[in-house]
Design a binder for this molecule. Sequence first.
Ligand code: EPZ
Length: 420
Amino acid sequence: MDKLLVTGGSELEGDIYTSGSKNSALPILAATLLTRDRCVIRRVPDLSDTNYMVQILAALGAHVERASGTVEVEAEKVISEAPYELVRKMRASICVMGPLLARTGVANVSLPGGCVIGDRPVDLHLRGLEQLGADIKVEGGSIYVKAQDGMGDREINMRGKHGSTVLGTDNLMMAAVLTKGTTVIEGAAMEPEVKDLAHFLKAMGAKIEGAGTRRIVIEGVKELQGAEHTVIPDRIEAGTFIIAGAIAGKRLTVKRCNPAHMTAFLKSLTDSGYPVEVTSDSVTVSRAASPRGGDIRTEPYPGFPTDMQAQFTALYANVPGISVITETIFPQRFMHAPELNRMGAKITLEGPTAIITGVDHLTGAPVMASDLRASAALVLAGLMAKGETAVNRLYHIDRGYENIDEKLIMVGAKMRRVRE
Ligand code: EPZ
């Protein structure tokens, strides 16, 4: 298993480039199953998660070609059973359920397991499909969905106790685009990645209004055509690099990103005293002369994103005063806290809330990566720690960050990947 040796103290300067969004590419790749025609998806990041999705599409019968960020898919014939061996490796594979149901009338997908950030139920996906009129059966660890006569012309409620569901909204949108009549999705997720999926579906001929708002209205059509699409920039990768600039930046410019997708956490950053310059496709950030702690609550978009919580926890570890971060989406998502404390941070957890008392400095140590964003937070902590930090189990990071070490080294970070 690879590990990353990070030597703290170097200054980051220059331009760092954002890749295409993982969380947009995954449902959009799944959506190519909705047509027998050829689709071309550009700026698909080269990650283990997108590799799994490409393998799942091929296992479902699609012809898939991938070359330097562009994926071509031709799903002339599609089987309706997603391969357990691949599905179990990535929770996001649940988003093939909607397209399989829409295309073949049946979907058989294994129940995704939980993961380190907490329980990952799919009850809202299944409730939504039931409200659409499909027949749902769960047995032997698998979900069986079957289209019924009279499906469609329904109003669906996607709200859950933690707010809306991103992949649940994606699944329902993809199930509804080929379902006759009008489908209204209430309590839809508003994330930019949901809007990007709708953009691609409309390019295929789908009739969708309101994507990006809480209420999406879909007019079913008979079939969809092939389309080409360029995935939006990854706002969480960009946000992670922006925090790297706040931690160790002389003047670090994150390019090819969309600041309009990052308003909540950019506000938290400026509220904490970090100088941020924004253009239409870049953010420039530097260390703060006198940073202040913050008080953050994660919320569904457009609120502060849960996927940026670990990175801010690392940032606040070194900021004078007391910062408070409350995690309302995944209340257990603090695997990074004990690892940061091993580096000298002072983080106490009270249920879904982390109380962070800023310390003078962190000290490098061997740490264990766990979930994707917690691992990124450990790399960020290594940038500011005295000495060397060894981030083990790097495969967690490679799931969601394209060449993170190469990109950071190019702007001055001192780190090297050790293949074990
Ligand atoms: C997406 O996951 C993202 N993944 C996650 O990013 C992100 O953290 C999450 O949205 C929240 O923004 C992808 O897009 C591939 P949810 P998703 O359904 O759709 C509860 C990363 O780091 N819930 O919006 O699976 C759920 O437990 C990953 O890139 C139900 O209760 O998340 C959570 O508390 C991690 N029942 C809340 O809703 C359901 O049926 C939001 O989950 C579904 C979800």
